[in-house]
Design a protein around this ligand. Structure first.
Ligand code: PMT
Length: 411
């Protein structure tokens, strides 16, 4: 909450349209509205007819000091609400909660309520904080619509994983009001401590081909590395994201993505951008070994009862760049350990010439490969240690970037 306090009164003179659609998370929008108002913003609430089933306009108008808009016309006076004027008035529009239906309507321009007509009319930056049940969130239709919105420039504030109103547990819970507030306030105030900086992030696994159809790989999904790229970009940095084979969309922001497959390709791509970077985070799970040769044709099973593949050591990307490091570059590695964790991680940091290492342990439930959460111990070469408890990878990433790069003492 301290970040929020620091941002108070910083939104004076800013106009925000807060769109509320019909989901149980609408109760959290009251807190979000309060944060905007406390920070000095003028807020116009637009609520869908279904939204009113979850939260009353009286509560919202009492907090915003403005009548809540829901219908195209006011019933008793016949007054018409101009969605065009509202769209132009806004410095930012925030749709929280954004239900699956509202997301679908936004993606497809289905202008059948005031919230969507205002969305279509606004020239301001739009943020959407989805909230829905986990299966609705995972549904290909929702994910397709979200991809369209991202391509249209809408800032999607990802939902969290946790207990849902249905009693099921999974991703779909609307992000907390403080986090939504921070994203919007940071956009509106241009709070970008890393503006002008460029960082390299390696992410995902590498695949080392055995033949045209088989490879040696690992379980990395790229989620942690992509979250770091997004966090750096949210703080104003440009990012060169060198990604192994993953099926994740490029996060929104000034992020240039270079897709690679093998460790050697990852090294070449990383080396090509390293000189222009102020630092790097090596989050990729790079295969330590690769087949000495890749067969040109698929190796036939029937011809052999057993087989031996000769493996050769891959280059160590972080160690190679650690040798090239300039004094004004800050390098961060990751260590995924199962035993002697702190000792192993510290050893890796020193051997590779890194400034920090983020230790995640496979012994911690919810940490490491594929999960949406992580738990990290940050260890600095000068001995400082900072614990980041189990939380969403997006939040772990934000805290890592804040601790390592936004703190002037660390530069
Ligand atoms: O992608 P996710 O599913 O979200 O999972 C995230 C993660 C668990 C992969 C990530 O948090 C993580 O721990 N990444 C590093 C895993 C790893 O391979 O650790 P390592 O101990 O093998 O390597 C240590 C460091 O050297 C890492 O920064 C690694 O990127 C780097 N390295 C290793 C080998 C190599 N040839 N080149 C490298 O740059």
């Amino acid at each position: 909450m301290s970040d929020v306090l620091a941002l108070q009164y910083m939104l004076k003179g800013k106009h925000i349209v807060l769109g509320i659609s019909g989901g149980i998370a609408a109760y959290k929008s009251v807190m979000l509205l309060r944060l905007f108002v406390k920070a000095g913003a003028e807020v116009q609430v637009v609520i869908t007819p279904n939204g009113k089933q979850f939260i009353t306009p009286v509560t919202l108008s009492s907090l915003s000091g403005k009548p809540v808009i829901s219908e195209f016309f006011t019933a008793n006076t016949g007054e018409w609400h101009s969605h065009v004027d509202l769209g132009l008035w806004a410095d930012a529009m925030v749709i929280a909660p954004a239900t699956a239906s509202t997301i679908a309507k936004m993606a497809n321009g289905v202008a059948d309520n005031m919230l969507i007509t205002s969305y279509l009319s606004t020239r301001a930056k739009v943020f959407a904080a989805p909230a829905m049940d986990l299966d609705m969130w995972k549904h290909p239709s929702t994910q397709r619509n979200l991809a369209m919105l991202r391509a249209d420039g809408v800032g999607i504030i990802e939902p969290e994983a946790g207990e849902l109103a249905s009693g099921l547990v999974g991703k779909g819970r609307m992000e907390e009001p403080e986090k939504i507030f921070e994203a919007v306030a940071s956009y509106l105030t241009g709070n970008k401590p890393l503006a002008g900086k460029t960082y390299l992030v390696t992410a995902g696994p590498t695949y080392e081909n055995i033949d045209p159809v088989r490879f040696i790989g690992n379980h990395s999904s790229g989620k942690m590395g992509f979250a770091l790229a997004k966090a750096l970009s949210d703080f104003g940095a440009k990012v060169r994201l060198v990604a192994g084979p993953v099926s994740l969309p490029t996060p929104e922001g000034e992020i240039e993505r270079i897709d690679v497959v093998s460790a050697r390709e990852m090294l070449a791509a990383s080396e090509s951008v390293f000189a222009e970077c102020d630092g790097a985070i090596f989050c990729a799970a790079v295969a330590d070994y690769a087949p000495a040769e890749c067969a040109e044709k698929k190796i036939k099973r029937e011809k052999r009862d057993s087989m031996t593949i000769e493996l050769v050591k891959n280059p160590d990307i972080s160690a190679r760049l650690g040798q090239l490091k300039r004094p004004n570059q800050t390098l961060v590695g990751f260590a995924l350990e199962t035993d002697n964790e702190t000792e192993n991680a510290t050893g890796k940091m020193m051997r590779k010439g890194l400034d920090w290492i983020a230790l995640n342990s496979l012994r911690d439930a919810g940490a490491g490969f594929r999960t949406d959460t992580n738990k990290v111990t940050l260890i600095a070469a000068d001995g400082r240690v900072s614990e980041i408890p189990l939380m969403a990878k997006s939040e772990v990433a934000r805290r890592m970037v804040e601790t390592i790069f936004c703190n002037a003492d660390n530069q």
